[in-house]
Design a protein around this ligand. Structure first.
Ligand SMILES: Cc1cc2nc3c(=O)[nH]c(=O)nc-3n(C[C@H](O)[C@H](O)[C@H](O)COP(=O)(O)OP(=O)(O)OC[C@H]3O[C@@H](n4cnc5c(N)ncnc54)[C@H](O)[C@@H]3O)c2cc1C
Length: 371
């Protein structure tokens, strides 16, 4: 069987590893000169978003023999709102490195692949379609799926970030929701060593936001983060991404083409997590090609998760700074603290996002009626 994989990232490489385990050697095409598309980046996976799976890395290892080593576990998530700070404690998930770093997830996956990766590829999808029996589209965005009329883009985002030097505990991540500074968006700090972290802002490209100056927002946030964490971060690298697409395909397979990773729609619009689901779509597409299961069937829960995540996005956007302050304050409320920490940490199997979706929908409807 002749299979071309277009894109050597999270989903493409996971597909290659799984195909090889079942006797198929794919041909991998990567447009860059090495694995690790982007700048070095600290990312995270939070178990609460992957339920009913408790521990995503253990799950990949035990079920699919795919091995990913994180930088650390996240034991504390500090939530900063406009006027409050709250903490969630427990085994929340993992922090990891992405991009051009030997320990990045894509470099770890590359070491588990046997097939040759053709770097600096200039192959177009149309060419691969003609030359191969099957094409796995794993290029990391919805552009091709859009072109093929197989993608619904729900929103695009502007993302600006930096690598900063300072003193960090690798098991603690920070998130900021302050709509005064970042309207309808959020910011985060994810450490990828004790000395380096990523400081990032992201917000949806709605008409009012497009009018804003990203550099002014960034400066305000940067000063706020330095003040909140009592640090004077030194910026060593910067990046900016415009029009980052969040959407989902209509069909996971069309004729001989499989849509995986962000080409499928693995990035969750609620909070922008996409790594774990990208790996899953890579595996599921390989299972389909190896006649072990059906991609359409395996992908069903991913469509549902995406739908719940869109509701989460709308819910977050419908909150005011006062609402967020109230939620943040209650994270440390003595009565609720233990319960919240237990539900959110990966000791629990509760599908929190699914359970909360009807309430979030009600809130969203109520808010929309008021407009
Ligand atoms: C700033 C930022 C922060 C994020 N943070 C998190 C986070 O904390 N947690 C989380 O879970 N997710 C996060 N995500 C999302 C996550 O990174 C993606 O969902 C995931 O990487 C998608 O995997 P993929 O396989 O689709 O694409 P990628 O892993 O990006 O791989 C795509 C590959 O395809 C290659 N390619 C592109 N075009 C072509 C072509 N024409 N021919 C050949 N090769 C091509 C690229 O060079 C790249 O190597 C973040 C995303 C961004 C942008």
């Amino acid at each position: 069987m002749e299979v071309a994989i277009m894109g050597a990232g999270m989903s493409g490489l996971s597909c290659a590893i799984t195909l090889e385990k079942h006797g198929i050697k794919p041909t991998i095409f990567e447009k860059r000169n090495r694995v690790g598309d982007r700048f070095v980046n600290g990312e995270a996976t939070f178990s609460i978003l992957n339920r009913p799976i408790k521990d995503e890395l253990k799950y990949l290892k035990e079920n699919y023999d795919i091995h990913l080593k994180p930088t650390d576990m996240v034991n504390k998530l500090v939530v900063h709102s406009k006027n409050e700070i709250g903490c969630i404690d427990g085994t929340i998930g993992y922090v990891n490195i992405r991009g051009r770093h030997e320990n990045s997830y894509e470099c770890q996956l590359e070491r588990q692949v046997e097939s040759k990766i053709n770097f600096n590829s200039t192959y177009e999808y149309e060419q691969l379609c003609k030359e191969f029996e099957y094409v796995i589209l794993a290029t990391g965005d919805g552009a091709y799926a859009c072109k093929l009329g197989n993608y619904r883009c729900d929103l695009t985002c502007t993302i600006k970030g930096a690598t900063v030097e300072g003193k960090f505990l690798t098991n603690i991540a920070h998130v900021w929701f302050n709509y005064d500074v970042i309207p309808k968006g959020y910011a985060w700090l994810i450490p990828f060593s004790e000395k380096e972290a990523n400081l990032v802002i992201a917000y949806p490209d709605y008409p009012n936001n497009i009018r804003l100056d990203i550099n002014t927002i960034w400066e305000k946030f940067y000063n706020m983060a330095c003040r909140d964490l009592d640090e004077s971060f030194r910026i060593t690298d910067r990046f900016e991404i415009t029009r980052y697409m969040m959407g989902i395909c209509d069909k996971p397979i069309i004729e001989n083409t499989y849509f995986v990773g962000n080409c499928f729609g693995t990035i969750s619009p609620g909070l922008g997590f996409g790594q774990f689901t990208s790996v899953l779509t890579g595996i599921y597409s390989a299972y389909d090609l190896c006649d072990l299961d059906k991609y359409e069937k395996l992908a069903k829960p991913l469509f549902k998760n995406y739908g719940n995540s869109i509701n989460l996005r709308r819910f977050l956007e419908n909150l005011s700074d006062e609402n967020i302050d109230l939620i943040t304050k209650n994270l440390d409320n003595k009565l609720l603290d233990k319960l919240i920490n237990k539900i959110i940490s990966n000791e629990s199997k509760l599908e929190v996002l699914k359970i909360l979706t009807p309430t979030m929908k009600m809130w969203n409807n109520y808010k929309n009626e008021k407009l």
